[in-house]
Ligand binder design. Structure first.
Ligand code: ADP
Length: 258
């Protein structure tokens, strides 16, 4: 290194160095800008349920209500508190990802049993909406990955498949084994995603403003958590969707050592 510094750079080398530094600076500026935007959006998202809660309580103290009205308002308030807690949990999870790479576990896992665990957790919602789930069985090799994050990914994708699907529809979880990889697909017969929204659905806080989507609650953080977790675990995640027909998310797990 000392020898290199001692050599005076040629003008064309200086030019290359300057443009490399400029493009690095530009990328840093863009990253800082994205962070600022995210913080502003997140504060807005956190303030909304608080404002709704405050408004509800203010109305309650202004004049006496009937017991039924109190019950209704308190129920509404609890819903806003739940939304706030979910947002805080998801934001903390996203913030933790930056430092988590070094804490990753590497453990043999069966994706099939992870899928069944997640489905078991969501059984109340599944049966309330009469959604059938077909899980393709098969002789699948174990993967070596982090159990908490794999569960988190599958949980978010399956929860969305349930949430964005009409009652009585079906969800299919399929597996295939291209080369030394394991591929898992989660397909629903739900409301689908507009082509112009597809490329943004993994962005933090993005929610489609299509009417059918706006009627369903959410924070817009689930898929950004999926994207970050997949990046950490070297899982390729992709999506294909047809509006009004359904959506398929595909997870391609990295090739496993023999
Ligand atoms: P949300 O909390 O809004 O569900 P996500 O980050 O999980 O946030 O998803 C982002 C957006 O992607 C959703 O608001 C929705 O518009 C769309 N989306 C995600 N999964 C599906 C799906 N299975 N079917 C239809 N739309 C989906």
């Amino acid at each position: 290194l000392a020898e290199r510094i001692a050599l005076p750079p040629r003008p064309d080398e200086l030019h290359t160095l300057a443009s490399a530094i400029n493009s690095l600076l530009q990328r840093i500026e863009q990253a800082v800008e994205r962070e600022k935007q995210f913080t502003a959006d997140a504060s807005h998202e956190l303030r909304t349920p608080l404002a709704v809660l405050r408004g509800t309580l203010e109305v309650l103290v202004r004049k006496p209500r009937t017991p039924a009205e109190y019950v209704e308002s308190i129920g509404f308030g609890i819903g806003e508190i739940d939304r706030l807690s979910l947002l805080v949990d998801q934001l903390l999870l996203l913030a933790r990802f930056g430092t988590q790479a070094k804490d990753l576990k590497r453990q043999e896992l069966s994706v099939l049993s992870c899928v069944h665990d997640v489905l078991h957790r969501h059984r109340a919602n599944l049966s309330a909406k009469h959604i059938r789930v077909n899980v393709e069985d098969g002789d699948l090799p174990p993967i070596v990955s982090d159990p908490f994050l794999v569960d988190l990914i599958l949980d978010n994708l399956l929860a969305n498949a349930i949430k964005y699907s009409p009652a009585g529809s079906a969800i299919t979880v399929g597996f295939s084994r291209p080369a030394a990889h394991l591929r898992c697909t989660i397909s629903d017969e739900g409301i689908g995603i507009r082509p112009e929204d597809l490329e943004r659905i993994f962005d933090p806080l993005f929610r489609s403003d299509a009417l059918a989507h706006k009627q369903i609650g959410g924070t817009g953080l689930g898929l950004s958590i999926v994207a970050k977790a997949c990046a950490l675990l070297h899982i390729e995640v992709s999506v294909a969707s047809e509006l009004g027909r359904g959506t398929t998310f595909t997870l391609l797990f990295p090739a496993q050592p023999a």
